[in-house]
Design a protein around this ligand. Structure first.
Ligand code: SF4
Length: 470
C-alpha cells in the first residue's frame, strides 16, 4: 500500500479550483480572525503544543494505558505495525461476522492505509458517509483537503454525478436537492450496514474514550446504528487525560473554522452496555505505519498535528494548486512534512518540500505550533545531501551571478525569452491556453512530466513594464 497517488500529480493552473480555494480560505479565515480576537490565542496555542508534546514524548506508555482502558471498558484493541496489517485486520473483522455492508466516516488515516480499496477487494461494500467524501467516492476521485474533501469540485460537477446516479436531472443551483439526494441514499445505507468504520480525532488514555468530531451527524449514525464499530486510529492521536482533551477540543474548531465548538462531538467509551442503544462490539485498530520511527527525529513534532487544516488554507501554494497536486494523502504544508517523514523519502515524496514559498504562514497558523517552515527547509537540505546534483548547483550559481547585476539580468531576459519561445512552441504537445504548456523540451521535460509550465514570454518584464507605463 502506498500513500502515493492514484492519479499522476499535475499542478496545471485551474482557475475554477483556485477560485474555490480562495473563497473557502477567505470565509474560514474571517471566522478564525473573529474568534481568535476574543481569546488569548497565543496562550492557547502554547498549551496545545505542550499537550501534544507530552503525548508524543510518552507515546509507548500512553498507548499501553489507552489499550488497558479501552479493554476495561469492554472494547478490543488490535495493534497494526503497517498499513497492510491494519487493512487485513479490518477485513478479517468484517469477514468473521459475515458482514458485506459497511458505512465509513471521513478519516485521513483510512485513506493513508488504503482501506477503501482493501475492503472493495474483499467484496465488502463500504460507502463513505461524509457528504464531501461521498461525492468524491461517487466520482472515483480522492479528497483534496483534510476537512473539506470535495473543496476542489464545483456544484455543477456534483450535480452531474448525482443526476447520473439518480436518473433525474438535478440543478446545480439547487444545492438543497443535491443534499437531499445524498441524504436519501445514505439513510438506507446507515440502516443496512452491519459494520460502522470511523477514524478517531483523539483518544483519552485515562478513560479509553474515543473522541470523534464532525459537522454533519454522519459519524454518530455510522458508529451508533451498526452492530459493530471499528475505529481506526494512528497511535499519535492518544492524549493523556481529559484536561488536555478539553483544551484541544476548543483549539481544533477555532483553528479549523473559527468557531468556538464543533457542531457535533461523540465520546465513545466501549460498546453499548446494559441494554443501551449502540453497537455490541467496539474494535480499536491502533496503526503505527511509520509513526514510531519519526520519534526522536527533527520531524517528531509533525506528529503533534491535530488535523485542523489551517496550514493548508494559510499556504499560498496550496491555495493555488489544491490538494491533488501533492499526489499524497496528506497535502499542504503538513502533508509535505508528514509524507516524506513517514515514508523516509521513498516514492520521491521528499520533493513535496519544494511545494512551498517558505513564507512561514503555515507555522503561524498552526494551533499546536509545529515549526513547519523550519521542517520544510530541513527536508530540502536532507534531499540535497541524499541526492547531490552538481550540474544543477553549478547552473543555479551561474544564474545567481548573472542576475546579481542589472545589466546581466536585462541582457539575459531579453535574449532568452526570444530564443526559447519558438522551440518551446514547436515541442508543445498541447496548449492549455494562456501560454501554458503540457510538455517542454529536455531537460525541462522532467518538470512537465508532473505539471504544466508557462511558456517563456518573448517580451521581458522590464520591457513590458516600460510599455505599460507609456
Ligand atoms: S500542522 Fe498544524 S495547522 Fe496544519 S493541520 Fe496540523 S495542526 Fe492544523
Amino acid at each position: 500500500v502506498s500513500r502515493r497517488v492514484v492519479h499522476p500529480p499535475r499542478a496545471e493552473p485551474d482557475a475554477a479550483l483556485a477560485a474555490n480555494l480562495h473563497v473557502a480560505a477567505g470565509h474560514w479565515a474571517a471566522g478564525r480572525a473573529r474568534v481568535r480576537a476574543s481569546a488569548d490565542w497565543e496562550a492557547m496555542r502554547e498549551r496545545g503544543r505542550a499537550i501534544r508534546e507530552d503525548a508524543i514524548r510518552n507515546l509507548p506508555e500512553l498507548v499501553d494505558r489507552l489499550e488497558a482502558s479501552v479493554t476495561e471498558a469492554g472494547g478490543r484493541v488490535h495493534r497494526a505495525a503497517t498499513a497492510e496489517e491494519a487493512c487485513s485486520r479490518v477485513v478479517a473483522l468484517c469477514r468473521e461476522r459475515g458482514a458485506t455492508r459497511a458505512v465509513k466516516s471521513k478519516s485521513m488515516l483510512t485513506e493513508e492505509i488504503g482501506l477503501g480499496p482493501a475492503l472493495a477487494a474483499a467484496g465488502i461494500d463500504a460507502v463513505e458517509t461524509d457528504l464531501g467524501e461521498y461525492i468524491v467516492q461517487a466520482m472515483g476521485d480522492r479528497p483534496s483537503h483534510l476537512l473539506a474533501p470535495a473543496v476542489h469540485l464545483s456544484a455543477g460537477e456534483v450535480a452531474e454525478v448525482f443526476s447520473r446516479q439518480s436518473g433525474r436531472s438535478l440543478d446545480a443551483e439547487d444545492t438543497r436537492s443535491l443534499v437531499d439526494h445524498a441524504r436519501g441514499v445514505l439513510r438506507d445505507r446507515f440502516l443496512a450496514a452491519e459494520v460502522g468504520i470511523s477514524g478517531v480525532n483523539l483518544a483519552v488514555a485515562e478513560t479509553g474514550t474515543l473522541i470523534l468530531v464532525e459537522s454533519e451527524g454522519n459519524i454518530r449514525l455510522g458508529t451508533g446504528l451498526p452492530r459493530v464499530h471499528v475505529a481506526v486510529m494512528g497511535i499519535e492521536k492518544v492524549i493523556r487525560d481529559w484536561s488536555g482533551a478539553a483544551h484541544l477540543m476548543q483549539l481544533l474548531p477555532l483553528a479549523a473554522h473559527g468557531v468556538p465548538a464543533p457542531a457535533s462531538l461523540s465520546l465513545v467509551t466501549g460498546p453499548a452496555r446494559d441494554g443501551d442503544d449502540g453497537p455490541e462490539e467496539l474494535h480499536l485498530i491502533l496503526v503505527d505505519d511509520g509513526r514510531s520511527s519519526m520519534r526522536g527525529t527533527e520531524y517528531e513534532s509533525a506528529l503533534h498535528c491535530i488535523r485542523c487544516g489551517a496550514c493548508l488554507y494559510a499556504c499560498p501554494v496550496y491555495r493555488q494548486i489544491g490538494g491533488h497536486a501533492y499526489g499524497s494523502t496528506y497535502s499542504g504544508p503538513i502533508g509535505a512534512v508528514l509524507t516524506p517523514a513517514l515514508e523516509h523519502g521513498a516514492h520521491g515524496s521528499e520533493e513535496l518540500a519544494e511545494l512551498s514559498s517558505l513564507c512561514g504562514a503555515c507555522a503561524e497558523a498552526c494551533p499546536v505550533k509545529i515549526p513547519l517552515d523550519r521542517q520544510l527547509v530541513s527536508l530540502r537540505a536532507d534531499a540535497a545531501r541524499r541526492h547531490p546534483r552538481p550540474a544543477e548547483r553549478a547552473l543555479f550559481a551561474a544564474w545567481a551571478r548573472l542576475w546579481s547585476r542589472p545589466a546581466g539580468y536585462r541582457a539575459s531576459a531579453a535574449t532568452s525569452g526570444r530564443a526559447l519561445a519558438p522551440l518551446w512552441g514547436r515541442l508543445a504537445r498541447a496548449s492549455r491556453g494562456a501560454g501554458w504548456q503540457a510538455r517542454a523540451p529536455f531537460p525541462f521535460s522532467r518538470w512537465t512530466e508532473g505539471r504544466d509550465v508557462r511558456a517563456p514570454d518573448p517580451e521581458p518584464f522590464h520591457a513590458r513594464w516600460r510599455r505599460r507605463r507609456g
